[in-house]
Design a protein around this ligand. Sequence first.
Ligand SMILES: Cc1ncc(COP(=O)(O)O)c(C=O)c1O
Length: 445
Amino acid sequence: MFIKKQYEKPFIKRQQGGITNKFGRTTQSKIKDHIDGKNVSDLVKQYGSPLFVYSESTITKKYNELTHAFALRYPKFQPAWSYKTNYLSAICQKFHKLGSWAEVVSEMEYGMALKLGVNPQKIIFNGPFKPYDALKEAISKGSMVNIDSMDEVYDVEKIAAELGRTVNVDIRVNMALGNYMAWDRFGFNIESGVAMQAARRLLVGGKVNIRGLHCHVGTFILDPDIYRKQTEQLISFGKQLSSEFGVKIEYIDIGGGFASRNRLKNTYLATDDMTPSFNSFAEAVCDQLLAAFKPNELPLLIAETGRALIDEAGSLVATVGASKRLNNGTRAIILDAGVNLLFTAFWYDHEISPAVDRGFALEDQVIYGPLCMQIDVVHPMVKLPNMERGDHLVIHPVGAYNNTQWMQFIHLRPNVVMIGENGAVTVIREKENIDYLQRLEHLPE
Ligand SMILES: Cc1ncc(COP(=O)(O)O)c(C=O)c1O
């Protein structure tokens, strides 16, 4: 008699431990004892631990990859360095030397760009909160200002009246992008008609010209198709403005958002398999623009790429201060760098590599930082050999959003160095000391 076997649901089983099993060997932890040719322990001996290390050659490489991908497909492409991603002066200066404009989202960042000598006309002023005086300064200096709200529409008209001339602005829009939850709190929404209403209101006043459109749909975007849809809508909205009001679209700014080669928490595939190339993002954007505009009317295409340009250029070297077994048997390592320096540990599982060879007997270990706080987890579970006190680990990629969102909390912030293309190591931000920290404080009499 035929007996039907019971159905067993397929399942994915995560393999644990550092030993060979029937599915094969586990991946070995990669030793990373050099960064751009410099020995990690020598760097720590000279500059201390923890230590942020930037690679100038990686910045150049990533910038060239981006510009090459877009320039291959579109003749008028301009990157604008997103200051909030990393506004260490040496990093911004490097991007400006490579040809980048500046994209800023506050009065402070605007001031930083001016201080670095960026031509105001090459500064893009974004953000939902622009104090009146900062907005006026940016407009009078000829910076590109992306209007975010009706209150700013009002401010811009007032500024035009005060300056006694018509002024130029661009407007930030947001839009529905299928299943992707595009950021909708910035700018004016296209589908609801609010964007058109804002443009109409600006233009009928007669004091303001609209020169371009801006849209930043979100960050760490893994699907180039989102940019295809975004560009489609920007083109169509721009065409509407041209036909109804005779607006000439000089800029299309697609914002930032390209994913870097970091690993988002709870993702399974290797980052190389998940992260689209600059070519695929460029492909999604450029063809449509070329087809939509006459050759002599092609708008300047701006990308405010942040994380995808700088993440891989940054590493954080940390030192093992202690190790222990937790109650459940898990081994834990305590480092001298935690979420105070590595804000991105909240959403990435960074790659963590030993800088010294401690063998191949790997074990799942939880990596804690030095803060006396339960939340200070650098990595919830990483396979490492048993590291000894004083050993160094290299955490990578960490170049985006850490040196801007780091906290001076419980510990002082460490040195940041850059390894130059010529091999020279420069301290680009000195480690803090207590005097620096308390310089602005006053004790009452
Ligand atoms: C307006 C704007 N432009 C550019 C960026 C840079 O984004 P990313 O680092 O994801 O490329 C951001 C970041 O959120 C942004 O808000």
